[in-house]
Design a protein around this ligand. Sequence first.
Ligand SMILES: [Zn+2]
Length: 222
Amino acid sequence: MRCHLIAALLPLVIIAACESNKQYGPKPKRDNNSRSPSSYSTPSGARTSTSGMLRQVNLRRDFVSRSFSSMRPRYITIHSTQNYTGDAYAHARALQNRALGRIIWHFTVQDSVAIQHMSTNKKGNHADHDGPGNKHSIGIEMCEHRGNNRERTLDRTAKLTAYLMKRNGIPLNNVVPHYHWPRWGKHPPNKNCPHFLMTNGRPGRKWQAFKSRVAHYYQTIG
Ligand SMILES: [Zn+2]
């Protein structure tokens, strides 16, 4: 059963890897990420420790057994999978099985869990080939499979981002969408990713709302 399941999932993971510009499956019904601060899962004024924030993220580690170049992370790059079938576990299996070739990133987040695929001081390959996005940034993919709750996925991603900022001394200005890193030889060079946080294909109000959420959680870490 398990082999059949993997065989069924892998092609979908492959075609929907974030480097692709194509859209597959129905688009998400609506954006739901510009709530007021009062709707955040941790209220203003609450305080937690760095490890307390990590517990809220519900992080699982499933490191791929490959060697990577070293990196000192200076940025955090946010993506979405554009895969309406594969959940975080399917992406973890695909990375373990090298089904995505050289493509690799650090974390995949869905509504219930975040999975870490590689150390944050190792260089991934998720943003801009040999560019600074890959050389200096931690890559986070947000899941979009059917049935996954986007609001909870965004909230967990914001908490993970705040935790990583604190752990690595990364400022909010260096939390960027994949769009931020032009890809040499691609048209357009700046990818519409994460597409559901972009406005007309570029950062706008929805991206700012996400960054406000990250800032909110960062401020709760005492
Ligand atoms: Zn991306």
